[in-house]
Ligand binder design. Structure first.
Ligand code: HEM
Length: 525
């Protein structure tokens, strides 16, 4: 009987080689499996291993950005899971009860991230002593105080003054706007930065910085990776340097002490001044304030704008609603009280909330400061261990069919008008576009004031038509997926192809606008 041994005199050697190769493969497999599944406490949320050992989650994050967390949700057996990432565990949660419980938990904090992001983007330009945790706490306090109600009113007043001046500058004839997204974006970037920086606003003084801001924003996910940025994101990097330089000069020359500067700009800068030696370094830190104030609010306004102006019947309903509030325009002055908009003009506010719902792709970040336990709606508890981080993909809440219905992918102007008590309760826990708890976005009321103020004055002042006259094809542009640096998704290709014609409405040629809040005339603050 022939055998393999007969067929090959080197059989024992080959067997050895085969055995060693198999053993090495098994060992590598075990090692990869070990690295992909670090030991967790059975009380921690169930582990979701990467599909490609070790690097799978990282690859998924780079490929799908924020959407990766929602994709993980489809693989997880519970409303929360543990994901091995960057050598530690990240807890990702989708269950609305767990999310609310996490937002309320004082041991889950955003504070450790506050200075971390700008320093990472900066790559070493900030002195060591910045690492002092007091900076983060003082910084968080400056933010909260700087965004108190009266401070927001002042910011809204400055922004709305600029918006009404710009809209007022259109002549009575028809104007063509080739790209409505870029138009809204540029106008609102200057309006917002007027509110932040006052009359020495570097972005009004150097308009090319407006382009730089959005170029930086586009490359931010790559810059955050920090892998050879001068090769991987050269334009974004250069734009960032120009912005930092301009802001550095602003803070170095103490322009933030001017009386028309927002409290938040001035107070944050004063905290940083305690920790750094040169005013120019503040420009590096405070690019974060400029970015966070514009990057989410302005794309949100665009979707709000685009979904309304492409629906002429909706425009008419909104105008009727607004006219019931403002009376007539015969005297030439129209007063908008921002405080009563929600009650008196529920349709336009419903459109705003719906635009936020469909475009929001935010992921809230928290660090676990001390071992803590959170509970889901069915009484199950999960242990979260100190030092690990938490990611909460908020768009998952906004895509819950039970709360929002099966047409949730479509914009529905009336969605926030109709809900019985039970549904309204469910929706309250399924809507968190501004995050929650102690770190709930401090800019949400400012965004409401400037976005509603823009839309109310625009919609009453102008008629809109598609640039090419084709109403059937006049729909909002496609939406890009949210990057890891975005809380709000942007239009694909920067909205190219969404052109409009606008014409001032008869009787609204020389309206004077007045905005009030808390009984105060915002434009005269
Ligand atoms: C529609 C517009 C906006 C959206 C959707 C939005 C969304 C968010 C979200 C989801 C967070 C994280 C909250 C959390 O994790 O719980 C956040 C935080 C923050 N937002 Fe906004 N935001 C908007 C506008 C603004 C504006 C206009 C400003 C500034 C003027 C601003 C300043 C901030 C700051 C400073 C934080 C960090 C909060 C902290 O440190 O505790 N946001 N925002």
């Amino acid at each position: 009987m022939s055998s393999l041994a007969d067929a090959s005199p080197s059989f024992p050697f080959q067997m050895n080689k085969l055995f060693i190769t198999a053993a090495v493969i098994v060992l590598i497999g075990l090692l990869l499996n070990y690295l992909s599944s670090p030991s967790t406490d059975p009380r921690e949320p169930p582990l979701v291993k990467p599909r490609i050992p070790v690097i799978g989650h990282l690859v998924g994050l780079i490929r799908y950005q924020n959407e990766y967390f929602t994709r993980l949700g489809k693989r997880a057996s519970k409303g929360i899971c543990s994901v091995p990432l960057f050598g530690s565990i990240t807890y990702v949660m989708w269950d609305s009860n767990l999310i609310q419980s996490a937002f309320r938990n004082k041991d889950l904090s955003f504070v450790p991230f506050i200075v971390y992001v700008p320093r990472e983007v900066d790559q070493g330009g900030v002195p060591e002593k910045d690492q002092d945790t007091n900076l983060r706490l003082e910084f968080a306090k400056a933010m909260t105080e700087g965004m108190a109600r009266d401070r927001i009113s002042q910011m809204n007043g400055t922004a709305l003054k600029y918006i009404t001046k710009e809209l007022g500058a259109f002549g009575d004839g028809e104007s063509v706007i080739d790209n409505a997204y870029v138009w809204v974006r540029n106008l609102m970037t200057v309006a917002t930065t007027e509110a932040l920086y006052g009359s020495a606003n570097p972005l009004r003084e150097q308009p090319s910085l407006v382009y730089d801001l959005w170029r930086f924003d586009e490359d931010l996910p790559t810059l955050l990776l920090g892998l050879f940025p001068s090769y991987t994101a050269p334009e974004g990097l250069e734009a960032r340097h120009r912005l930092e330089h301009a802001l550095g000069e602003y803070y170095h020359n103490k322009k933030d002490a001017n009386s028309d500067v927002s409290a938040v700009t001035h107070q944050r800068a004063n905290v940083i001044r305690k920790f750094v030696t040169t005013g120019r370094t503040i420009g590096v830190h405070e690019l974060a304030l400029l970015h966070v104030s514009t990057s989410n609010s302005i794309p949100t306004l665009f979707w709000f704008f685009a979904h309304i102006v492409t629906r002429p019947a909706l425009v008419e309903r909104i105008r009727d609603e607004l006219m019931r509030m403002v009376g007539d325009n015969a005297g030439g002055t129209v007063t908008i009280n921002l405080d009563v908009l929600t009650e008196e003009c529920p349709l336009i506010v419903s459109c705003y909330r719906e635009a936020i719902r469909i475009s929001n792709g935010a992921v809230s970040n928290r660090e676990v400061l001390a071992d803590t336990t959170i509970q889901d709606g069915e009484g199950r508890s999960y242990l979260l261990k100190a030092g690990n981080s938490v990611r909460i993909p908020l768009d998952h809440l906004h895509k819950d069919t039970e709360a929002w219905g099966h047409d949730l992918a479509q914009f529905s102007s009336d969605r926030f008008l109709q809900a019985d008590a039970a549904k309204a309760k469910l929706r309250r826990t399924s809507y968190a576009p501004f995050g929650g708890g102690k770190h709930l976005c401090p800019g949400r009321n400012f965004a409401f004031g400037e976005n509603l103020g823009f839309m109310v004055s625009f919609i009453l002042s102008f008629d809109v038509a598609p640039q090419d006259g084709n109403w059937e094809a006049f729909v909002p542009p496609k939406m890009d997926k949210c990057t890891a640096a975005d809380a709000v998704c942007k239009p694909a290709h920067n909205g190219a192809g969404f052109g409009i014609r606008i014409k001032r409405r008869e009787g609204w040629e020389s309206t004077t606008w007045k905005f009030t809040s808390g009984g105060v005339d915002l434009l005269n603050l």
